[in-house]
Design a protein around this ligand. Sequence first.
Ligand code: MLT
Length: 245
Amino acid sequence: MRICVIPAPGIPAEFGFAGNTCVVIDVLRATTSMIAALDAGAKAIYPVPGPEDAWRLRLQLGDDLLLGGERGGLKINGFDLGNSPREYTTERVGGMLLAMTTTNGTAAMLLAHESGAAPVYIAALRNAPAMARRLLREDSDTVIYCAGTGGRLSLDDIIAGGAIVSACQEAPVEVEISDTARLAMAAYRQSRKDISRALVETEHGSKLVELGFDLDIRFAAEIGASQSIGQFDGVMVRPAGHVLR
Ligand code: MLT
């Protein structure tokens, strides 16, 4: 099994998406919110490119579908939920379908699928150890795809990707780690004493603090708090292994 990291959209890594497993990360905050939604019992999440796509789905599926996401970090006008993972509670989203659109995270998931990766998983720090266990069990070449911000690298995503690489590397099995994966692992290991602080110090983290979302960062930093695995099939993110009725 080989692991590489695409540090931001458009940056070539040692190997690409086609035919390989992909793990998409937007730790602040899209994939953290989606993992929180799965933990809270959401049935499935449709990642969609824009608000108009979410509204179209609402017309088709009716009130069983909640709309969530952000633009500029803030809840989209008329949506039920923003992109704060702490909003995705059992009371709000348990048993529901969700459509989500975020500036970078949902676009990265769609791109990973369109580029021929399979399976495509979503991950964050909260489920990083569970994600690593799944990857080790499947033993396939894996691209960790960091969503970044506006096409630029986002250190928070690299740290979260590095947490998965680190957990894989600590397992007693043969894992070939590329230079990009090694770099991400170094970023994680340097920050792991105080992940929350490391996330706050990133560009995106400090922007979220300015917007008053400090608690989201603390939530996102809780490594290992979730056992959920989310798999994106090109249409929906579902708890991996579950069949949607
Ligand atoms: C994104 O997809 O760009 C992020 O999740 C933005 C955010 O922090 O809400």
